[in-house]
Design a binder for this molecule. Structure first.
Ligand code: NAP
Length: 242
C-alpha cells in the first residue's frame, strides 16, 4: 500500500466537494471521492485526478457506510483527512414540512456522525493523527426561514466539531468546521432570483463566494494548521457568521 496520504471527501463529485478534491489533490493527497447519485460527475473527476478512487454510499444508510469503510481499507488502507462535506436541504415552511422531509435532511447528519466514528476507529485512532473538517453553514448561526431542519443540522455540526475536538484531546487529531456563506454552486443556483438579491444585500463583499475559496480554507486546515482545533472558520464575505 502506498505512503501517499489519503483525503476522503464526502459529496466529492459536485460543488464545494469537487473543489476540495481538486485542491487537496494539488496538495499531494490521494483522494477518495465519495458520491451518492452523481456517478457521471464522479467518473469525470476520477479521470481528472488519476490517483484518486471513487466510493459510492448513501450516508443515510449505516450499512452503506460500513461497506464504504471496507472499500477504503481495500483501496487505500488509510484516511488522513476526512472532509464531511455532504449535506442535504429541503426548503419548506415549518407547518407543511413532513417527517419524511425532516428525516431526509437529518439522516445525512447522522451519516456524518457515523462515518466520522468509523474513520476514527478504523484509521485515525490507530495512527494517532488526522484531520476532520466539517462543512457547516452560516445559516447554522443566523437561522433561515424555510430551512428549520437544515439550520438545526448545521448548528449541530458545529457543536459536533467542538465536542469531538475535546473528546480527542491529547492526540494529533484536529477537528474543525468550515462554515460557508452564500457560495456559487448548484445548491444556490436553485434559489429564486429575489431570494438571491436579498442575500447579496447582506454580504459586505457584495458577491457570492466560490467553491475554490472554501476549498482553500479546507486545504489549509488539512495541511498547515497545527494549532486550530474545535473551532468554526467562516468563509462568507463578511455576512454575519456568529
Ligand atoms: P451540492 O453540490 O448539492 O453538494 C451536496 C453533496 O452532498 C452532493 O455531492 C451529494 O452527493 C451529497 N449528498 C447529499 N445527500 C447525500 C446522502 N444522503 N448521502 C451521500 N451524499 C449525499 O451543494 P454544495 O453547495 O457543493 O454543498 C456542499 C456542502 O456545503 C453541503 O454540506 C452544504 O450544506 C454546504 N454549504 C453550501 C453552501 C452554498 O452556498 N452552496 C453554503 C453553506 C454550506 P450526490 O450529488 O452524489 O448525491
Amino acid at each position: 500500500m502506498s505512503d501517499q496520504p489519503v483525503a476522503l471527501v464526502t459529496g466529492g463529485a459536485t460543488g464545494i466537494g469537487a473543489a476540495c478534491c481538486r485542491r487537496l489533490a494539488a496538495e499531494g493527497f490521494r483522494i477518495g471521492i465519495h458520491y451518492r447519485s452523481s456517478e457521471e460527475k464522479a467518473q469525470k473527476l476520477l479521470a481528472e485526478l488519476p490517483e484518486s478512487f471513487g466510493v459510492r454510499a448513501d450516508l443515510a444508510e449505516p450499512e452503506a457506510i460500513d461497506g464504504l469503510i471496507k472499500e477504503i481499507k481495500a483501496a487505500a488502507g488509510r484516511v488522513d483527512v476526512l472532509v464531511n462535506n455532504a449535506g442535504f436541504n429541503v426548503n419548506a415552511p415549518m407547518l407543511t414540512m413532513t417527517v419524511a422531509q425532516y428525516d431526509s435532511v437529518a439522516s445525512v447528519a447522522r451519516g456524518t456522525w457515523y462515518l466520522s466514528k468509523m474513520v476514527l476507529r478504523r484509521f485515525m485512532m490507530r495512527k494517532g493523527t488526522g484531520r476532520i473538517i466539517n462543512i457547516s453553514s452560516v445559516v447554522g448561526h443566523t437561522g433561515n426561514p424555510g430551512q428549520v431542519p437544515y439550520t438545526m443540522v448545521k448548528a449541530g455540526l458545529d457543536a459536533f466539531t467542538k465536542s469531538l475536538a475535546q473528546e480527542l484531546s491529547g492526540r494529533d487529531i484536529l477537528v474543525n468546521s468550515v462554515a460557508p456563506g452564500f457560495i456559487d454552486t448548484e445548491m444556490t443556483e436553485e434559489l429564486p432570483e429575489e431570494v438571491k438579491e436579498n442575500i447579496l444585500g447582506k454580504i459586505p463583499q457584495g458577491r457570492m463566494g466560490t467553491a475554490d475559496e472554501v476549498a482553500d480554507v479546507v486545504a489549509y486546515l488539512s495541511t498547515r494548521a497545527s494549532y486550530i482545533n474545535g473551532t468554526v472558520v467562516h468563509v462568507n464575505g463578511g455576512m454575519y457568521g456568529g
